[in-house]
Design a protein around this ligand. Sequence first.
Ligand code: NAP
Length: 244
Amino acid sequence: MKVAVITGGSGGIGLAIIKNLAAQGFSAVSWDIHPPKENIPFVHCDVTSEAAVQKALHETTEKFGVPTILINNCGIQFISPVDEFPLDKWNQLISILLTGTFLCSKLVIPGMKKNGGGRIINVSSIHGKVASPFKAAYVAAKHGVLGLSKVMALELGEHNITVNSICPGFVDTQLMRLQMAKQAELNNISEDEVATEIMLKPACIKKFTTTDQVAGMVNYLISDAASTITGEAFSMSGGWGMGQ
Ligand code: NAP
């Protein structure tokens, strides 16, 4: 049975990916800092710690086998003007979003190489390609994830490992809901207006992307049809920023 690790799989996009892969017969394991509410394979892991990732990989390999699919998905958001952005929040976002992606990839890749191949998918964001105000650390980290993905794609092609990124616009999850209130405060508008005037205004299709749609893109990127696709970054944003 193929083993897939999904970081931050206890909720939101990661949980949808796990359920989708499990329904297809994969052992899909969440690496998260808190256990899921649902009954899915779970190994505790804080992706910012190399020792914790090493321990989670050991436990996963013992229980389920060597992971040949890695979805670097976990994340948080923090919103503040750049000249007020707290350093500890900057460091936390960079650690989780960028260093975590590096550490999980670094430690999982040797097993993939030994197994003759693998697939790494990094959940970046449309903010890996464009910027928005008040998201200094998030935008910097998500741009960094796309750069890291390209380096890994170059290094790992000869090992039959593809590395691609998914760049969602707005997806209705806890991460998105938490930032709505803060955006409303910073922009002095209601949460409904945050949805229409900030989150969906630059999009061609004024709808949030669903977690299942992101899981569908993962299905494609791990399929045989995508075996020669690497180093790419797929936007799933309703055409966010197309006219700017
Ligand atoms: P979510 O529902 O908040 O899920 C993220 C999960 O990651 C949570 O369970 C979170 O735990 C966990 N996590 C946080 N820090 C961690 C750490 N150090 N190690 C392991 N797990 C950790 O968020 P989501 O919306 O599904 O986001 C998933 C990914 O999609 C993120 O990378 C995000 O940036 C990206 N994305 C989301 C959107 C969107 O609109 N939702 C748009 C574009 C990109 P806690 O709940 O304890 O924090």
